[in-house]
Structure formats: structure tokens, C-alpha cells
Design a protein around this ligand. Sequence first.
Ligand SMILES: Nc1ncnc2c1ncn2[C@@H]1O[C@H](COP(=O)(O)OP(=O)(O)O)[C@@H](O)[C@H]1O
Ligand SMILES: [Mg+2]
Length: 452
Amino acid sequence: MDPMPADENGLSCPRSAGPAVDPVRALALPTEKVSILLVDDEPANLDALEAILGDLDESLVRADSGREALRRLLKQDFAVILMDVRMPGMDGFETAVLIRERQRSTYTPIIFLTAAFADETHAARGYSLGGVDYIVKPFEPDILRSKVAVFVELARKTEIVRRQSELLRSVEKREHEKELVGTRAAFLADLERKNEELERNQRILEEKVRELARANEDLEQFAYVASHDLQEPLRMVSSYMQLLSRRMQGRLDKDAEEFIEFARDGAARMRGLIEGLLDYSRAGTRARELEQVDCETVLEQVMIDLSAALQESGAEVTRDRLPTVPGNAIQIATLFQNLIGNAVKFRGAERPRVHVGVEAKDTEWLLMVRDNGIGIEPRHLERIFVIFQRLHTRDQYPGTGIGLAICKKIVERHGGRIWAESSPGRGTTFKFTLPRQGESPGPEQAAGAAAS
Ligand SMILES: Nc1ncnc2c1ncn2[C@@H]1O[C@H](COP(=O)(O)OP(=O)(O)O)[C@@H](O)[C@H]1O
Ligand SMILES: [Mg+2]
């Protein structure tokens, strides 16, 4: 706190404490008394000054030397200083120099009072010190009083301005703080709303996932049972067809033989579909235990299994050094076999070149099977993963449309994602992710992922 009993403009009141400014006080003319410093070595002169200025009803402070005046100025500020020029020790001019040197009193008006040095030079010296007036003794009391009154008035007005600007600052600050508080509150409310919405959506999503998992389980169960039960009557159809064609060999006309051939072909195709369906429904349910699967070993085995197709097409298969991943070896083999098999099957005019690549990401492996085959139109890139969805007839390319659906199921069962990127006519890249060591889902989670 400021120890000064008077404020910057010489008002002899304690400054109001704290940052809050009283607006009434700030806007009214200050009523507190103003301090005036009277400096003279002659007590009689001081008495005379007091008598003349008494009418002003301000606070008069006496100092009987320059030194005493400086001491007073250390304690408080003054609206104006009346100073005798001729004093023993430090004279009025020397005192004024020291007063001007102090920052707080640099601009305090000084009125020099003198009888003895009333010539131009001394007056000029007084002004160059920044004193604002110079009065020769014996002075006219009314003139002196009215001069002092001007400075008193000035001090009061300066004080008003100071208080008003302080008020303005504090009002601005309060407005700003209010604004800040408002903005923060709005922001928090918004955040809370968004959070609630997010939580609600999250709950809905979780419920949907559970529903989907249940529906999928039912469907799998159904597919398994149905395909299993369909196999028996189908076997009967094919074997009696076979029997029929053998028994009637040479006794039927060309048309009849062709019809039997169509029927046998249809039955064979149906068997393929049912087997595919069985494979598909098994892909999610079989072998839920996770083991460390070395993809290098898996791929070598896959290459052996595919050797006929690879040789026939003259395909060249290259690969990066593949990682060991937590998973099921048989399923990962099926995954690679389907993808590489497709890459070779859907080849273009060029000799098929297939590359199996891998990139290590933060928490997962990004694996890819790239080919230089016929490619896939962008609008089909998603539906090829749906069971039985094919983009070609069986005459163009053999198949049942189950392979990618199984791939998707296997990847998701392992906690990853699968998708395809392609430029038609130039080739396709199938990409899938698998969790890295340590971040792999536990068997429980893996089982859950399989069901969804
Ligand atoms: N590497 C590939 N290049 C071009 N098309 C592909 C490729 N892999 C899959 N496809 C398209 O996706 C369809 C579905 O593939 P998939 O499920 O393996 O069934 P299938 O191989 O029995 O046709 C294919 O019929 C084919 O149209
Ligand atoms: Mg396939």
C-alpha cells in the first residue's frame, strides 16, 4: 500500500483501498482538502502566508528550510509550493532543482516569492527550473490567493480525470471479466451437451453392435445347419443323376444326355456353394485360441498349395519380410490363399505379378496383396466383400463369390479391417490390418469380434 497520506494531486485523503472504484466519488468534484507547501526561513513570513491563504480552507504545510521542504515532499504530494528564494543553506532555486529531480514532483507547480532578487535574470532562472510563477514581495494578498486558487482548482480537476480514467479502466476490466466468464460458461455448457450426446450415441451404438452380433450368430447357426442339412439331399440328387446317366448310356438322345449333364453340373455347383457357405460359417467359430503366427511360414505353405495355379499362369509372387502376428494360422493361411488366388485368377493380359507387402503402424500391421490384374471399378469396391457377390460370370472367371466374405470375417475376427484399392485395368491392392504383438485382442474379444 501507498504510505502517502495525500494522493498524487496533493489531496490529503487516504486513497480508497482495493480495485473497486466508487463511480459517484470518481465523477464528483473532490471535496477533500488540497495540500499547499509553504517554504520560508522566516516564521513571520510563514504566518503571513497562512493568514493570506487561510480563506482557501485548504491544508497548509509549513517548512522552514529547503531541506525541510524536501522532507515534506518525501511524505506527500502538494498541489502547489510557495517558496521563498532567499534562504540560508539551500536557497529556493537549489531546492527547486532537487524537487524537479524527483519524479513525483517533477510537475508540481512552484511559486517563487522574493523581495531581494526581483530582477529579470533571477526571474528567468526561476522559470527555466520549471517554476510556473514568480511573485515579488511585498505581494498583494488577493493576487497571491487567486494564483494559488488556480493551482488548487487544477489539482482538483486533474484528480477527477485521474479517478475517471481509473473508473473506466476498472469498468472495462469488469466488462471484460464478465465476458470471459460468459464465454467460458457457454463453452462448458456446449461441451457438456456434446458429451451427453456422444455418450447417448455411444450407448445406441453399443446396443446396435450387440444386436448385430446376436443376429450374426443366429445367421451363422442357420447357415451352418442349413448347409449341413442341404448336403444330404444334394448328394442324393447328384448320385442318382450319375446313376441315371451311366445306366442310360447310349439309350438316350442327344438332348436328354445334355439335360442330364446340366443337372449334374447344377448339382456340382450347388455343392460348391454349400461348401463355401459351410467354410464361411466356420470361419468365425473355429479355433478361437490365438497363437503366434509366423506369416513367413504361412505364406510358404500357401505358395505350395497354390503352386498349380501359379505355374499355369506363370505368376511371379514377391514379398516383404513378413511379421509374426497373434492369430490363428489356418485362418491367416486361408486369408492369403484367397487374396493371392484372386490376384492370379483376375489377371489381365500381362503375366501376373503379385506382391505381398507389410508396413508397421503404431499399434498394428498394415498388410497388402498387390496385383497387376484387371482391377475393380470403384463403385464395386465394397460389395465384393459381401457373400456371393461377384463381378463376373462363371464363364469368364470360375468361383462362388465367397472368398472375400471369408477374408473379411477372418480379418475382423482378428481385430483388423480389410478393404481394396484399385485402378481398373492396372491392378488391385487388397489391404488389411492385424494388431501388433501385445496389442492383440484377448481370446474373449477375438470371439466377440468373430460374432459381429
Ligand atoms: N484381385 C482381384 N482383381 C480383380 N477383381 C477381384 C480381385 N479379387 C476379387 N475380385 C472381384 O471380387 C469378386 C469377389 O471375390 P471373391 O469373394 O474371392 O469371389 P470369387 O473369387 O469366388 O469370384 C470377384 O468375383 C471379382 O469380381
Ligand atoms: Mg476368390
